[in-house]
Each structure stands twice: as C-alpha cells, then as structure tokens.
Design a protein around this ligand. Sequence first.
Ligand code: SF4
Ligand code: SF4
Length: 206
Amino acid sequence: MLGVGIIKGLIETARNFFGSYRQPERFVTIQYPEEQRQVPENNRSFPFLVYDGEDPIKGLRCVSCKICEKECPPQCIYIEPERDARGKPIKHPKVFDIDISVCMSCQICVEVCPFDSIKMDQAYELSQSSRFEALILQKKHLSKSNEYYHQIRPTEATLVDKQLAAEKEAQAAKAKAAAAKAAPTPSAAAAPKPATPAPAKSEVPA
Ligand code: SF4
Ligand code: SF4
C-alpha cells in the first residue's frame, strides 16, 4: 500500500526518540566534537609509518625501497633514501612525505610493503586552513609507534608481530646454518697430517 514504508519509518523514528529517554544507546546522534565514537577496527583514513622501540625516526621499519611510492595510484608518496658518507643509499628514508590532499585511502601502499612498515591510520581530524603545504605529512608526522598500531588495530597488529617474529627466527636459523657450514669440522681440524715417507736406504747418500 502506498505510504506504508513512510509510516514504518516514522514509527521507528518515534520509538527511537521516546526510547532514548530511557536507553541512551538509542541516540543516533552525538555531541561531536565533545563526544567521539569509537571507530571500527577496520576503519581507515590515511597511512602512517610504524616504528619499533623508543626512537620515532631511527626505529622506523621503512627501508626506503620505494615500492609503495611506485605503486601508489595517484602518486602522492615522495621518498628520498638516506645516504652514507660515500653517497651510497642506506636502508632508511631521509624524506618520506604523503600528500593527504591527494591520497584516496586505497591502502595499496600497505598491501605492497614487504616490511610491514606502513599501515592505515584511523585519525580523521586532519583539516587545515591551508590547502597545500599543511596537507603534506612528513616523516615526523607519519611516524607512530607499534604500541599505537596495537591500540587502533589490535587483531592485525598482533598477526603482524607474530609474522615478523617468525621471519626473524627463520633468518637467525639460516644464518646459524650458514655459519656452521662455513666453519671447519672439528674432526677435519684435528686430523693428523699424513706422514712424509722416509727415503729408502738406497736413496740415502753415503
Ligand atoms: S592509501 Fe593509496 S593513495 Fe594513499 S598513499 Fe597509500 S597507495 Fe597512495
Ligand atoms: S613503506 Fe614499505 S614499501 Fe614503502 S618505502 Fe618503506 S619499506 Fe618500502
């Protein structure tokens, strides 16, 4: 019948309106920004860089491989690797910028990173009065601790930690096996040298 849907909708609205006096969870609106809703774990805003330990710059997991920069569809990541005294690139980003006015939160950078260095944040209060420089997030803004990662995405961060620990263990075992292979075996090292045969009596000069 025509209008049944509208009537059902109005009844639901009325139930929520009067019911909210007794059950606050029926409120469909909140007093933002004083009140803030907990966002779901898989909610994503813009990427951030994960660091381990205490130092937000030295502890960055990023090795400056630039894979995310190449794969980002709108090309809003800019990376420059750190260099040593001879100008050779080292595994650390000197510059890591993301232009969040261009970023479309697609998460491709996260999916392609082989080192679990870049993850999606949930922070959304990022508006600025300037449309340009203020929306380019630099390394110091992007760097966030692994504890923060656990706080916003506990399930994913726990899985990543387990995976990284397993990889570290496998690498250590591989290095140990390679070192054991390269070292001389104790039996070979201890084996006596073959004795030089004594000259025959006929060969000894008189
Ligand atoms: S989320 Fe997508 S658009 Fe944003 S930096 Fe990553 S790859 Fe680029
Ligand atoms: S965030 Fe990951 S993919 Fe991007 S440069 Fe760093 S290590 Fe490479």
